[in-house]
Write a protein that binds this ligand. Structure first.
Ligand SMILES: NC(=O)c1ccc[n+]([C@@H]2O[C@H](COP(=O)([O-])OP(=O)(O)OC[C@H]3O[C@@H](n4cnc5c(N)ncnc54)[C@H](O)[C@@H]3O)[C@@H](O)[C@H]2O)c1
Ligand SMILES: O=C(O)C(=O)C[C@@H](O)[C@H](O)[C@H](O)COP(=O)(O)O
Ligand SMILES: [Zn+2]
Length: 378
């Protein structure tokens, strides 16, 4: 499907979800609506703008959004910015040290200074990369996220976790570097292939299990409708999931405690992604990871059967996977040991003590881990 180039014309009032500044970082808003690109100059110039000379802007976008990236660059150039477009590979192929170095080169060659701004336009892979490049260039320049996937809007673009993968694991190199603003134009979702849209639903469902069960009710009421951006509850699902994330990261930007709940299902998910050389969509891996975490919670005596079973039902109803290769357990276990939640030799998982009651499970019995994996093995 061809991309759906976003428009600059005046918008109906968007929903504005505030994200509080912590750890010395500035607060910002996540806007959800349509035709939001008119907000860009205000965000680029920042609160201290004196109406003077307009600086440099780099629009980082994936191949799939070449038209959108160029349209944004042209519009910014017409408004007086020295705008460059930096095209990067689609999906996880962009989250590498080589692609980050390519972006640094583009910034260096255009004379990018500390008052200049990066705009990441694309899915979570693109905004993770663009944010990481912003965090590292000159030790940190401002950046704006324009997420164009469901997953990017509800999760990746919000909260300032930026980074790239290495051969040893997912997101192993990165920085906490919040954006100056996030523009979620729901129109962009219309060109997203269905499997990418459904992948994003995994993070929406995660937000439902860890904090906002109303999300689960909206999806369970009509799972087929939830699979498309035309569904009746799309805006509400997007906004509810963003509010869950915004509330968590507003109080714990650097993951010293509460923020770990956003990693529900991710310990196994990241191991699967690495095992598949990052060819699986993140949301698909998170789906299997949540099915596993539910079994782990149940077998550890923490989670009731009804809530554990509800994971399988709701994930399956929208077409997300529940199983992974049984013979891969030893490799997955090795990879999970370098998960960022691990401390020394102690594996740590997020489990549920009940619906919307996330908690940490420390050093689970290896037999329980294996039994939980048995429940999601194909
Ligand atoms: N930083 C965080 O807090 C955080 C949170 C969740 C996920 N993530 C990361 O996000 C990434 C996954 O993001 P994703 O699911 O958005 O996938 P993605 O960024 O890989 O995008 C999926 C595909 O869709 C294309 N695409 C993007 N927008 C499109 C559009 N509107 N129309 C057509 N095609 C479009 C992309 O080019 C890509 O090929 C993973 O790397 C994951 O680790 C980060
Ligand atoms: O924002 C967070 O914190 C999350 O854990 C959200 C996750 O959905 C996301 O995939 C994140 O990138 C995982 O972070 P990591 O620190 O485990 O790499
Ligand atoms: Zn995730």
């Amino acid at each position: 499907m061809s991309e759906n180039t976003q428009s600059w014309s005046a918008s109906a009032t968007p929903t504005r979800i505030p994200v509080g500044g912590t750890a010395g970082t500035a607060a910002y808003d996540v806007l959800v609506g349509h035709q939001l690109l008119g907000e860009l100059p205000g965000l680029i110039d920042g609160p201290a703008a004196a109406g003077g000379e307009r600086g440099r802007v780099a629009v980082v976008h994936p191949e799939a959004l070449a038209g959108t990236g160029e349209a944004i660059r042209e519009d910014l150039a017409e408004q007086g910015y020295q705008a460059i477009a930096v095209q990067v590979p689609n999906a996880e192929e962009a989250k590498t040290a080589e692609v980050a170095a390519y972006c640094w080169k583009a910034l260096g060659q255009s004379g990018f200074t500390r008052s200049d701004v990066i705009i990441g336009v694309g899915g979570g892979a693109t905004t993770d990369l663009a944010g990481f490049v912003a965090a590292t260039w000159l030790r940190g320049v401002r950046w704006i996220a324009v997420p164009t996937t469901l997953l990017g809007m509800v999760d990746a673009a919000v909260g300032g976790k930026t980074g790239i993968n290495t051969a040893e694991g997912k997101n192993l190199v990165g920085s906490f570097h919040p954006p100056a603003g996030v523009l979620c134009d729901l129109t962009a979702l219309e060109s997203l292939p269905v499997h990418d849209y459904v992948s994003g639903l995994a993070e929406v469902i995660k937000a439902g299990f860890i904090a906002d069960p109303a999300i689960l009710g909206l999806i369970e009421a009509d799972p087929q409708a939830a699979r498309t951006p035309q569904g009746p509850h799309t805006a509400e699902l997007v906004e509810r999931a963003i509010r869950v994330k915004a509330e968590v990261v507003s109080s714990d930007l650097k993951e010293s405690g509460l923020r770990e709940i956003l990693n529900y299902g991710h310990t196994l998910a990241h191991a699967i992604e690495k095992n598949e050389r990052y060819t699986w969509r993140h949301g698909a891996a998170v789906s299997v990871g949540m099915a596993f975490a539910a079994e782990l919670g149940r077998l550890a005596g923490r989670l009731d059967d009804a809530t554990a079973d509800r994971h399988r039902a709701v994930l399956e109803s929208v077409g997300l996977p529940l199983t992974y290769r049984g013979d891969q357990w030893p490799r997955l276990l090795e990879t999970m040991k370098v998960d960022k939640k691990s401390r020394g030799d102690r594996l740590r998982f997020i489990v549920l003590d009940g619906l919307a009651r996330p908690a940490v499970l420390e050093s689970p019995d290896p037999a329980v881990l294996l039994a939980a994996y048995g429940e999601v093995s194909a």
